[in-house]
Design a binder for this molecule. Structure first.
Ligand SMILES: Nc1ncnc2c1ncn2[C@@H]1O[C@H](COP(=O)(O)OP(=O)(O)OP(=O)(O)O)[C@@H](O)[C@H]1O
Ligand code: NI
Length: 258
């Protein structure tokens, strides 16, 4: 469904008064994502996870320099996501909850999303999918808890039943209960045949819900593993980085000498 081949992203910055140079932040990234699959992209802060999401949606700033190829359902995204696909075929759940309109009730924002994407669901159905009560529709964003706001963002992104959902840190700052609600909403999406790119730094939380894990390290891919291989001593994992990350989890004894 989504194919990324040799993607690179850099930024032009001034080096002296007039000379510009490119600072590479992503390089040589190759990935594909199938329908019905949840692929987790795991990496530390600054690894380039959000850049990957923004590159897919063509949301990079003008000083960005990109290379490589991104195709979605066989269509090139070289010039950004075509208008007809946005929201209806592919949707982004942004990292910042400030993307909600502070002056509009949740219900109105869901209704706009449904109208814009010609979505068939009702606002109540979308809220229920993310375990939000129908009364949530009457609230303004300032009246939502952090966990509720994240789930509202997901419900808005799900309005057009997109084939591909890219969720950038949808569980950041959430307690385990809210985190599981968000993840089960993403699983619901994948079960219905959608594909999910789940961006997170939390390997332990992502593992029970994803199918594969791509590891990003300083802008490069340093492992692509099946989620089921994160087990025992990590002997089935192919990359050293994945094994080190797995063994360093608290439940595996914080081992750091993999
Ligand atoms: N507009 C920009 N101009 C220059 N550098 C940028 C820009 N946006 C991001 N970067 C750099 O690219 C690198 C990757 O940033 P990115 O936001 O993708 O990290 P991340 O993995 O999403 O981190 P986090 O988990 O903290 O969200 C960082 O070093 C960041 O400073
Ligand atoms: Ni980020």
């Amino acid at each position: 469904m989504l194919r990324i081949e040799d993607l690179s992203v850099g930024f032009l910055c001034y080096d002296g008064l007039l000379r510009q140079r490119e600072v590479r932040r992503l390089s040589g990234l190759t990935l594909d994502l199938q329908a019905g699959e949840i692929l987790a992209v795991i990496g530390a802060s600054g690894a380039g996870k959000s850049l990957l999401a923004h590159a897919i949606f063509g949301l990079l700033p003008p000083n960005a320099v990109t290379g490589g190829k991104i195709t979605f359902q066989g269509q090139s995204l070289e010039n950004g996501v075509p208008e007809g696909l946005l929201g209806r075929k592919m949707a982004l759940v942004p990292q910042q909850i400030t993307h909600l309109d502070p002056l509009a009730r949740v219900g109105a924002q869901l209704a706009w999303a449904l109208r814009r994407t010609k979505g068939a669901a009702s606002p109540e159905e979308l809220l229920a999918r993310y375990d939000l009560s129908p009364e949530t529709a009457r609230l303004y964003p300032s009246q939502l808890s952090g966990g509720m706001a994240r789930r509202v963002l997901l419900a808005i992104a799900a309005a057009g039943a997109p084939d591909l959902l890219i969720a950038d840190e949808p569980t950041a700052g959430l307690d385990p209960e809210n985190r599981d609600r968000v993840l089960s909403g993403l699983r619901h999406h994948a079960r219905g045949g959608g594909a999910v790119l789940l961006i997170t730094h939390d390997l332990a939380a992502a593992l029970p819900c994803c199918d594969r894990v791509a590891l990003l390290c300083d802008g490069e891919m340093c492992g692509l593993e099946a989620a089921c291989d994160f087990t025992g001593t990590g002997a089935a994992l192919r990359s050293l980085y994945a094994r080190a990350l797995w063994l360093a989890l608290p439940e595996n004894g914080f081992l750091t000498d993999a």
